[in-house]
Design a protein around this ligand. Structure first.
Ligand SMILES: [Zn+2]
Length: 172
């Protein structure tokens, strides 16, 4: 992913957080989805390759279906990933013409792996905004080591996810 796309996605996630007044850390992703105008449904028989899907629901809403067998963190990330498709690829609140063209068919995979990477970057940016991650890292830096377990707790993500993103942003 080039830096233009990376910055665009991170800026968009920041705008979504502001526009919908989303509290960080996200402790209840289902209510975030509701705030944005959609709903989450559990679906046991999703294809094993997919943890979640998203589709337009009615004229203005959307529905995310998610496997009931995911750990809480995995479930949160999966739903945040689907929100990435919503804003980046389906045009929701970003491109009205594109949103109008969305059918109600279920999106299982958005064609290219580039779009999958973009949706996952949006998820990371939504759960771990650049500023909040940076502040948490500063807060939990002692001497020349960072307590990433505490940093991850601050943002309600796994330590592995916080470390990956901290490195990607050049904070670690
Ligand atoms: Zn996807």
């Amino acid at each position: 992913m080039n830096s233009v796309t990376f910055n665009y996605i991170n800026d968009l996630a920041d705008q979504v957080i502001l526009a919908y007044d989303i509290s960080i850390p996200i402790l209840d992703i289902d209510s975030v989805v509701k705030q944005i105008g959609g709903k989450v449904e559990e679906k046991a028989d999703l294809d094993i390759l997919y943890n979640g899907t998203i589709r337009k629901d009615g004229v203005v809403g959307f529905c995310i279906e998610v496997s009931p067998y995911l750990s809480p963190r995995r479930r949160t990330f999966t739903i945040a990933h689907e929100l990435g498709h919503l804003f980046l690829h389906m045009g929701y609140r970003t491109n009205w013409a594109r949103w109008q063209k969305q059918g109600e068919s279920v999106y299982r995979r958005f064609g290219t792996s580039a779009q999958e990477d973009q949706a996952s970057e949006f998820a990371a940016a939504l759960l771990m905004p650049r500023d909040q991650l940076g502040e948490a890292i500063v807060k939990y830096t002692h001497g020349d080591s960072v307590d990433m377990t505490e940093v991850a707790k601050c943002l309600n993500v796994s330590p592995a996810a916080a470390i990956n993103r901290g490195r990607l942003l050049g904070y670690l």
